[in-house]
Design a protein around this ligand. Structure first.
Ligand code: NAD
Ligand code: ZN
Length: 346
């Protein structure tokens, strides 16, 4: 079968011919219906050789949807033909975090060398993929897999990030979304649906600002050296209630810390280049600011996000590519030249 693989560090992925896998005991084989490309793939592809801890070549794609094609021995909770999406941050299933559905924070994954599909284990950018356990599948019924697949990360990650700030996002509150790309444009829609906050989007081009407004942002501000002043002109002296940074480079973290108000939240989701820091101390930020750096989301939260999709609350903007053109999807992602998400349809 065809698969898009990371073959070596700091190089473009490649379309390659690999063996079709078959499910071992407890596993599920999916015929892939859609796979999303995430900016984290770009981070992984550009990491220095050996930095990631898993073996290459590795099939990419940590946003996956498919139809159950075959189940391994002992699997009786899903049946062939069911349309599903894949919960990606696989854990051991039994530790303190996994027991709460927070497999994204599994305490044993590293020790047991459990990797998410597409981030160590073979991922969804292929004709077929193996899912290690049926608990990592969420049936999607009659939802279109192509427009739903990205909710497994570009939906789940902002949902998890926003949920933690919802108690503060009351009437009269403000939320800033930095980076109106794959994750950010879904975050804007979720904020509008889940809270009464005034939503201000930041990005680097007028196209992206127009896009942010088209998906629900009340205001859109260029992310430049005047951004802090321009956001403060909108929100006034109390500052922003909750900032969600979907970029994570030093300039955006500086903007986040510059606009947040007393008792506010700064949530840094973007990986940036891996080197940015926030200066924290008694005198460094307004009183009682909380800073968080969440990773992905809980298994239960993916069910909640899929319910939002059933209710028509989120609409992922996407551009589709065939597997043969999948490498081009990664080029467009790296060039910051996509509206919403790139989805590969095998
Ligand atoms: P994307 O490329 O689709 O979107 C990024 C957006 O940020 C683009 O619209 C781009 O124009 C904008 N941008 C770039 N520089 C900017 C700046 N200085 N100011 C404002 N906007 C700027 O990326 P994505 O797939 O949405 O991922 C966003 C980030 O989140 C990436 O760093 C990715 O690795 C990370 N991520 C983290 C998690 C997690 O669990 N923490 C999960 C998924 C993705
Ligand atoms: Zn665990």
């Amino acid at each position: 079968m065809k698969a898009i693989q990371m073959v070596k560090a700091q190089a473009e992925p490649e379309l390659r011919e690999v063996d079709k896998p078959s499910p071992g005991p407890g596993q599920v084989l999916l015929k892939v219906t859609a796979a999303g490309a995430c900016h984290s793939d770009d981070f992984v592809l550009n990491a220095p050789p050996g930095a990631l801890g898993f073996d290459l070549p590795m099939t990419l794609g940590h946003e996956g949807a498919g139809v159950v094609a075959e189940v391994g021995s002992g699997v009786d909770s899903v049946t062939e033909g069911t349309s599903v999406v894949v919960y990606g941050p696989w854990g051991c299933g039994v530790c303190r975090f996994c027991s709460q559905g927070l497999e994204n924070y599994c305490s044993k994954a590293e020790e047991l060398k459990i990797y998410p599909p597409g981030l160590g284990a073979p991922g969804a950018m292929a004709e077929y993929m193996i899912v290690d356990d049926p608990r990592h599948l969420v049936p999607i019924g009659d939802l279109d897999p192509v427009s739903t697949v990205s909710l497994t990360d570009a939906g789940l990650t902002p949902y998890h990030a926003i949920k933690a700030s919802l108690p503060k996002l009351v009437g009269g509150s403000t939320a800033v979304v930095i980076g109106s790309g794959g994750l950010g444009h879904v975050a804007i829609q979720m904020l509008r649906h889940l809270s009464p906050a005034q939503v201000i989007a930041l990005d680097v081009t007028q196209n992206k600002l127009d896009f942010a407004k088209s998906v629900g942002a009340h205001e859109a501000v260029l992310s430049d050296s005047d951004a802090v002043d321009n956001v403060r002109k909108i929100v006034g002296k109390d500052g922003v209630t909750a900032v969600f940074d979907f970029v994570g480079y030093q300039p955006t973290i500086d903007i986040a810390m510059g606009v947040v108000g007393t008792l506010g939240d700064v949530t840094i989701v973007g990986l940036g280049d891996g080197s940015a820091t926030a200066k924290v101390g008694y005198w460094a930020q307004p009183h009682e600011v909380s800073v968080r750096s969440p990773y992905w989301g809980a298994r239960t939260e993916l069910l909640e996000v899929i319910d939002l999709a059933h209710n028509g609350v989120v609409d992922v903007a996407l551009e589709t590519f065939s597997l043969d053109d999948g490498v081009e999807a990664y080029r467009r992602l790296a060039a910051n030249n996509l509206r919403g998400r790139a989805v590969v349809v095998p």
